[in-house]
Design a protein around this ligand. Structure first.
Ligand code: MN
Length: 304
């Protein structure tokens, strides 16, 4: 029956919801949903991530209901829907963070797992505030080419490169594991800073050469876990549509494979940030981001 439904779906027409899912009319019975946060005023280099949600929806039109790798029907299993976008306030990060936290609260309070399309990485701070309020401290698996734990940019505390330090300072997270760090750094001291903050980082060489170790470390996390994936963890050859690209990253296949191998007790939320469609080529970044969210939903479906 499901297959027939899939064939009937208007796959090649312009439907503006994620994976042609229904719009969330009510949250009753919903176990996971898609929501967009079109905010990019905390970006330090190339802008455009405010178009991430619409780009990812566009890139999601070919997603089909059955995931053969995990043997699940994520959309059906989770009764998934598209919640639309958070009503952010362009140019005003404090106001925007309040609106994000309020909207995510509503979802998390109902024990629904949000799959969030950014937006730049600053959006993760208010999301984690909501997670901590509802679950207590959460683990964070952070896929990124950048540390994101700097103290400030241009003297400002809230940017897309400082959200992780703010989350640690605010006591929102327990364990943080970073995957895919690379590129030229500001200073050698950053590595010590990370240790002081309690952040465990796997750089790209460790990920490429000691993959099993990285996966087993991720799978050793207990308790509620939040996954935050900056699309720039992927090599710009596979994901050029992003704000601060770093060469020499993961392939799209490696990224999807790592997600498929996660066996976590409880995933409470998942974001894919920094997708900037104006810098994309042939929708490859948006399609990858959509597939990453699909694998994330499949994981919840598989582990539930
Ligand atoms: Mn990054």
């Amino acid at each position: 029956m499901r297959q027939i439904d899939a064939l009937k779906s208007p796959r090649f027409t312009q439907i503006s919801t994620f994976a042609r899912l229904p719009i969330c009319e009510s949250l009753n019975g919903v176990k996971a949903l898609f929501i967009g946060i079109p905010f990019d005023d905390a970006t330090t280099y190339r802008p455009g991530a405010r178009f991430g949600p619409s780009g990812i929806r566009q890139g999601s039109r070919l997603l089909r209901p059955y995931n053969m790798y995990l043997d699940v029907y994520p959309f059906d299993d989770l009764n998934a829907c598209d919640r639309g976008d958070v009503n952010v306030v362009p140019g005003y990060i404090d106001d925007t963070m309040k609106v994000i936290e309020k909207d995510i609260d509503e979802i998390v309070k109902s024990k629904i797992v949000p799959f969030i399309a950014g937006g730049d990485h600053s959006i993760t701070l208010p999301i984690l505030r909501s997670m901590a309020k509802n679950y207590g401290k959460v683990n964070v698996i952070h896929f990124d080419s950048h540390f994101d734990f700097w103290d400030s940019y241009w003297g400002k505390k809230y940017t897309h490169g400082t959200w992780l330090r703010r989350s640690v300072e605010e006591g929102l997270i327990s364990n943080v594991i970073q995957v895919g760090i690379r590129g030229p750094q500001f200073t050698k001291d950053d590595f010590e800073e990370g240790k002081k903050l309690g952040v465990k980082s796997f750089n790209i060489r460790e990920v490429k050469y000691s993959r099993e170790k990285v996966i087993s470390t991720l799978n050793s996390l207990n308790g509620p876990t939040y996954i935050s994936l900056d699309i720039d963890v992927v090599d710009p050859a596979f994901a050029p549509g992003t704000g601060t690209p770093e060469v020499g990253g993961l392939t799209s296949f490696e990224t999807l494979e790592m997600l498929r191998e996660l066996k976590l007790e409880k995933i409470v939320g998942f974001d894919v940030v920094e997708v900037s469609p104006p810098y994309d080529i042939s929708e490859i970044t948006s399609m990858l981001a959509a597939n990453i969210i699909y694998e994330g939903m499949s994981l919840i479906s598989f582990n539930k």
